[in-house]
Design a protein around this ligand. Sequence first.
Ligand SMILES: Cc1cc2nc3c(=O)[nH]c(=O)nc-3n(C[C@H](O)[C@H](O)[C@H](O)COP(=O)(O)O)c2cc1C
Length: 164
Amino acid sequence: MCEEIARLFRQLTHGVYVIGVAHGEVCNAFTAAWMMQVSFNPLLLALSINTQHSSYGLLTCSRVFSVNVLSQDQLDLAAHFGRPAAENKLATVQWCRKLTGAPVLTGALAYFDCELSHSCPAGDHELVIGRVVDGAVLNADALPLNYRDTGDLDGSSRLYPDAF
Ligand SMILES: Cc1cc2nc3c(=O)[nH]c(=O)nc-3n(C[C@H](O)[C@H](O)[C@H](O)COP(=O)(O)O)c2cc1C
């Protein structure tokens, strides 16, 4: 049954993003698929983040984050930033700071710079709503990476319950 529920949830479509966080000089970034636009006016994005991630503390302290859109040829970056921050994950990629100071990957397809608007608990995650204050398309020729093309990179197949 667990596999059936996992297969069911794999029918939902998601992109793949690297979320950049920074508090002062301390920076980090992690891969996320649970991210979507939720308002036109104001422009709002919603991100579901596991509060155990080391990025969570940085995000809630600084109240800013970036959303870096990965392209189809950046599966390696999805894997790299999907690992825990044992080492400085940003040391091996090119990045810069834009308006909010959160890390922006210069090789991303596009980025959004966000200020934390509000958040609420969402089961074993927290739903973070960010107001978009800046952003740009960085590689107009690239196509976005789809979550379904990452296979079980996030190990989520074993996280689904056996029953509803
Ligand atoms: C393809 C993929 C999608 C992921 N989506 C999310 C997500 O939407 N939310 C989340 O909290 N973690 C997600 N993760 C897990 C984090 O990227 C991972 O736990 C990471 O190690 C957290 O990094 P940190 O501890 O340095 O903050 C995803 C991982 C992968 C590989």
